[in-house]
Design a protein around this ligand. Structure first.
Ligand SMILES: CC(C)(COP(=O)(O)OP(=O)(O)OC[C@H]1O[C@@H](n2cnc3c(N)ncnc32)[C@H](O)[C@@H]1OP(=O)(O)O)[C@@H](O)C(=O)NCCC(=O)NCCS
Length: 188
């Protein structure tokens, strides 16, 4: 088996991923307005997520500052999904690091849904995680009613791990923690 690549520093150059239709790159503060306008303020997109829709670009800037700081600390890797050619802000994927594991989270603007974009992007991110010596497993949870997300996680190569009861608060649905479905892939 070929040796895995050495640990990759979380800097902005090495984290750019190309897929057949997309370029995934680290987000920047300057992306705030486009993110706010394309999905950050959309109550349909955020329905099952752990955050409420942003009310202003400033909310999105605060969110991005947090993500960028965690990237600098090596706690998180995030990729903004853009068309491979030309402008556009399609969505975002994050991998939050803890020990040898990375938890995946993802969001896509509504106008891009159901065209295979998230499956394609997740596959690239999962391959990137697999190539790193310091990540042995990727996992994700989604709200029990978020069937599109559950389906995408399986299509991207994660295996269902079952139900985790009262796992996560999804404030657009309830103040109480919601049951979630868990998915994981352990790298050989
Ligand atoms: C979940 C999400 C990322 C999916 O992205 P996407 O690019 O549309 O996903 P894909 O096109 O790769 O695959 C979606 C699949 O789910 C299916 N699907 C969509 N809605 C569905 C539903 N309500 N029930 C069952 N299947 C559904 C689609 O038909 C498609 O399957 P197909 O490839 O066999 O046609 C996107 O809908 C999204 O961003 N939702 C809001 C944010 C979110 O929920 N993020 C996940 C948090 S855990």
């Amino acid at each position: 088996m070929p040796a895995k690549a050495p640990k990759i520093a979380p800097n902005q150059t090495e984290s750019i991923l190309l897929t057949p239709r997309m370029r995934l790159r680290p987000p920047r503060l300057a992306d705030a307005r486009a993110i706010f306008e394309t999905w950050g303020n959309d109550p349909v997109v955020t329905r099952y997520l752990t955050w409420v829709p942003s009310r202003s670009v400033v909310d999105t800037e605060v969110f991005l500052r947090g993500a960028i700081n965690r990237m600098i600390l090596g706690e998180e890797h995030s990729w903004l999904m853009t068309p491979r050619e030309g402008p556009g802000t399609m969505g975002m994927i994050s991998a939050w690091r803890e020990n040898q594991q990375a938890e995946l989270g993802f969001v896509l603007a509504r106008s891009y849904w159901n065209r295979g974009y998230m499956t394609e992007a997740l596959q690239a991110v999962i391959a990137w995680c697999d190539a790193r010596e310091d990540i042995q497993q990727v996992w994700a949870v989604c709200d029990i009613d978020n069937l599109a997300s559950a389906y995408v996680l399986e299509k991207a190569g994660l295996s269902p791990q079952g139900l985790v009861e009262r796992w996560s608060v999804h404030p657009n649905l309830s103040r109480q923690p919601r049951d979630c479905l868990a998915f994981a892939r352990i790298f050989a």
